[in-house]
Design a protein around this ligand. Structure first.
Ligand SMILES: [Zn+2]
Length: 369
C-alpha cells in the first residue's frame, strides 16, 4: 500500500510540476513564434498521459486487501506528560498500553511489521519540541509506508476536577464595630463564631473510551468546527494536549490531504475505530463511541491530519478518573486494552481480505458528527 500511496503522492507532485511546465509552454508561445499546432498536440498527448496515469495509480489503492505495517503512536512523552492522574501521567500509561499492544500483535499476527513512534517516556525522534515531535510521528508512519496508524492517548476533563466546600467545624473570629455618635463614637472589638470549610474534591464522574477519526468532509468541518462540534468536545480536550498547537500545514496541501483522506481512508478509519469501541465494550469498558473531529478543530488529533493511511486516535480512558487510572495503569487493564485493539485489527483485516465480512455500516458504536 505504501508504495502505491507514494505513487499517489507523486501524482500530485507530477501534476504540480506539469502545471509549471504548461505555464512555461504558454510563455514560450507568447514570446516565440513557433509551431503552435505541435504545441497544442503536445498538450493533448500530455493530458491523455495524465488521465491514464491517474487510472493506473488510483485503482491499485482501492484493490489493497491486507495490511503489512502498523505504526503505534503512544501520545505525548518526556517533557510533554499529557493529562494528569492522581499518581501517573498520560504519557506513561499510553506507552504501557502501546508496548502491550506490540507484544500482543507479535503473538497474534507475527507476520505484521509493528513499529512504535517511541518505546521510552521521551518525545519521539529525539526531539524536545512537541510540535516537531508531532510532525515526526506522522512522517515516521508515512516514511515506513504504514497501512495503519494507531495513536494511543488518555483523556482528562474539568468534569472530573470538581470540588465542594465541606463544613468541618467553627472558629471564633474577631471584628470591629462602631457604637455611639459624634465625639462619643467608639471602635469596639467583638468576636463571632464562623464556620470552617475545607475544599474537597468530588469523586470523578466522567469515564469511558472514545476513538477519534477525522471527519470526512473538510469543508463542512471548517464551518461546523467552530460551533457545535468543538463546543461538545471542548471538555474532553482540556487537560489533554495542553499548550499544543496544530502544526502548520500549507492550506493547499491540507485540502489535498483532506480529500485523499475522505476518499481512501475515512471509511477504513471509521471501521477500525468502530471495531475498537465494540471490543472495548465487550470487556466491560464504558464505550463513548466513535467521534469525528473536523479538520479545523483537529487540535486534539492533529497527528491524524498528516498521516497518509487509515488512522485512529484512541482515548483509552480518563486518567483523572480514579478507577480508570488504576485500571489502565495495571498490567491486567493495559493488557486487556491491548488485546481488544488486536481483536479490532483482526476484524478489520478480515474485512479487507474478505470484503463480504466488512460490517462498516451496521455499527452499534455511536458515530458523532
Ligand atoms: Zn493526549
Amino acid at each position: 500500500m505504501g508504495i502505491k500511496f507514494a505513487l499517489f503522492s507523486l501524482r500530485f507532485k507530477y501534476i504540480r510540476d506539469s502545471e509549471a511546465k504548461v505555464m512555461d509552454m504558454k510563455k514560450q508561445n507568447e514570446n516565440i513564434t513557433g509551431n503552435r499546432h505541435n504545441r497544442r498536440l503536445n498538450g493533448y498527448v500530455f493530458g491523455i498521459i495524465l488521465v491514464v496515469a491517474n487510472l493506473f495509480m488510483v485503482f491499485p489503492i482501492m484493490a489493497q486487501n491486507d495490511i503489512k505495517t502498523i505504526v503505534i503512536d503512544p501520545g505525548h512523552g518526556g517533557s510533554d506528560g499529557g493529562a494528569r492522574g492522581k499518581y501517573t501521567r498520560e504519557s506513561v500509561v499510553a506507552l504501557q498500553i502501546s508496548l502491550k499492544l506490540r507484544e500482543e500483535l507479535a503473538k497474534e499476527m507475527p507476520e505484521l511489521k509493528v513499529l512504535l513512534t517511541r518505546d521510552k517516556d521521551v518525545l519521539p525522534g529525539g526531539l524536545s519540541d512537541v510540535n516537531g515531535a508531532l510532525r515526526w510521528r506522522a512522517n515516521f508512519a508515512n516514511e515506513n509506508n504504514a497501512d495503519l496508524f494507531i495513536s494511543i492517548h488518555l483523556n482528562a476533563t474539568p468534569g472530573n476536577q470538581r470540588y465542594e466546600n465541606v463544613k468541618t467545624g467553627t472558629k471564633e473570629q474577631t471584628y470591629y464595630a462602631y457604637s455611639g455618635k459624634g465625639k462619643s463614637r467608639k471602635k469596639v472589638k467583638k468576636t463571632r463564631t464562623v464556620a470552617i470549610y475545607e475544599k474537597h474534591r468530588l469523586p470523578p464522574s466522567v469515564f469511558g473510551t472514545q476513538t477519534y477519526v477525522l471527519a470526512s468532509d473538510y469543508y463542512k468541518g471548517k464551518v461546523a468546527a467552530a460551533s457545535k462540534a468543538s463546543a461538545k468536545m471542548e471538555d474532553y480536550e482540556q487537560g489533554d494536549e495542553e499548550g499544543v498547537e496544530m502544526p502548520e500545514m500549507d492550506p493547499v496541501e491540507a485540502r489535498i490531504r483532506a480529500k485523499q483522506y475522505a476518499k481512501y481512508f475515512f471509511q477504513k478509519s471509521l471501521t477500525l475505530a468502530t471495531y475498537c469501541e465494540e471490543e472495548f465494550a465487550k470487556i466491560g469498558r464504558r464505550s463513548m463511541g466513535v467521534w469525528q473531529r473536523d479538520w479545523a478543530a483537529a487540535a486534539g488529533i492533529h497527528v491524524l491530519t498528516a498521516t497518509q493511511m487509515p488512522s485512529i486516535l484512541i482515548e483509552s480512558g480518563f486518567v483523572d478518573h480514579w478507577e480508570e487510572e488504576d485500571y489502565l495503569k495495571s498490567d491486567e487493564g493495559s493488557e486487556a486494552m491491548a488485546k481488544s485493539i488486536v481483536e479490532a485489527i483482526k476484524r478489520y483485516r478480515n474485512g479487507l481480505i474478505n470484503p463480504e465480512n466488512l460490517t462498516t455500516q451496521k455499527t452499534q458504536a455511536n458515530v458523532t458528527e
